[in-house]
Write a protein that binds this ligand. Structure first.
Ligand code: GFB
Length: 321
């Protein structure tokens, strides 16, 4: 069990996932938290990472640093997604082992599963078929991370674990329309369309792919729970156990934002995996389940997003004056 005085390093604390873990640990009363921004410590640089771990003598690591993005970013920056993620995770995991970190949690993704795997996705379906092409580089990197953790456990008896969260959303998400995931992209598109009183919003692909979404605060809660209670070699899924189609998601966001126009499709954009629903029975058996319902979670994020737009508009006005 982590003690309140233990030194905990959250790699990637400025991202949506790392910042949610930071909020959770602070709420639980952990004070000895270590962070480094990427300009202070580039996790792709082996020597720098080794030096950092030697100096800091860290007890626990949440490895949430990664190059991430939506379907278009994954498919466009294929070399970066493979190289950056392999470099980051190799350096952090290996240095954590060398400096005798008590426990490390490696965060992966639901895209590690074969494109056409049976649903819901059970942990044992890993490497039973070909991956989805649009995110193959990212998935290969994450699978390498899982295998490195397993091998370190086998060879050196490290208590390192891996968790696989489903598609996430929440505060500090990326709203860039070219590189973001679907949920923040649609929130932005519908909000802007409503403000401009546009006649339509265009979503990518057919709208038929099914996706499962989990609020990042639920994910952080699960990570905290698993860091305290889970010590197995087998990685474990984190999800809500429910999915919806992209068109249904668009309609839900349309309703939340109050946009009254039409939804159009850009069919030149890829659909990606037809379905990615996690089997969360292993996690539920341990006593954890998601608490934030999708409509409630999106409404909260929408309100935060609108506040941020308001703040940046105010800033611009003040600076203009
Ligand atoms: O969230 P998303 O980019 O990634 O897209 P994946 C999910 C689905 O939403 C795809 C559709 O079928 C998209 O075509 N979609 C509709 C849109 N409109 C939009 C839009 O405006 N923007 C975006 N981005 N999508 C990623 C993987 O897969 O999910 C990563 O590439 C990772 O490796 C991550 O696993 C969680 O769910 O398809």
């Amino acid at each position: 069990m982590m003690k309140k005085s233990d030194k905990i390093y959250i790699a990637g604390h400025r991202g949506m996932v790392g910042s949610a873990i930071q909020r959770k640990l602070q709420k639980e009363g952990f004070k000895n938290l270590v962070y480094k921004t990427s300009s202070n410590l580039d996790l792709r640089r082996q020597e720098a990472v080794e030096r950092f771990f030697e100096m800091e003598q860290i007890d626990y690591v949440f490895l949430a640093a990664a190059k991430v993005g939506g379907i278009h970013a994954n498919n466009t920056y294929r070399a970066d997604f493979l190289y950056d993620n392999l470099a980051i995770q190799n350096n952090v995991i290996h240095s954590a082992y060398k400096s005798e970190v008590k426990k490390l949690m490696f965060l992966g993704s639901s895209c590690i599963y074969p494109k056409l795997a049976n649903q819901p996705l059970k942990e044992e379906y890993l490497l039973t078929g070909p991956l989805e092409n649009t995110n193959e580089p990212y998935a290969i990197a994450k699978i390498a991370g899982i295998k490195l953790i397993e091998a370190l456990r086998d060879q050196h008896d490290c208590n390192f674990i891996s968790v696989m969260p489903t598609n996430l959303y929440g505060p500090n998400d990326n709203y860039d329309l070219q590189t973001s995931h679907v949920l923040p992209a649609l929130l932005r598109k519908f909000t802007e369309a409503k403000i401009r009183q546009a006649k339509h919003v265009t979503i990518w692909g057919t709208g038929s792919p099914l996706r499962e979404f989990l609020h990042v605060d639920d994910m952080a809660d699960a990570c905290y729970f698993l860091m305290q209670h889970y010590n197995e070699k087998q990685f474990i899924n984190i999800g809500s156990g429910e999915d919806i189609s992209i068109l249904e998601l668009a309609q839900l966001i349309q309703e939340i934002t109050g946009f009254e126009g039409e939804i159009l499709h850009d069919r030149s954009k890829p659909d990606g995996t037809p379905r990615k629903l996690m089997d969360v029975s292993k996690l539920e058996k341990l006593g954890w389940e998601a608490k934030i319902d999708l409509r409630e979670g999106i409404t909260k994020v929408y309100e935060e997003y609108v506040r941020t737009i308001g703040q940046s508009n105010n800033r611009t006005t003040n600076e203009d004056r």
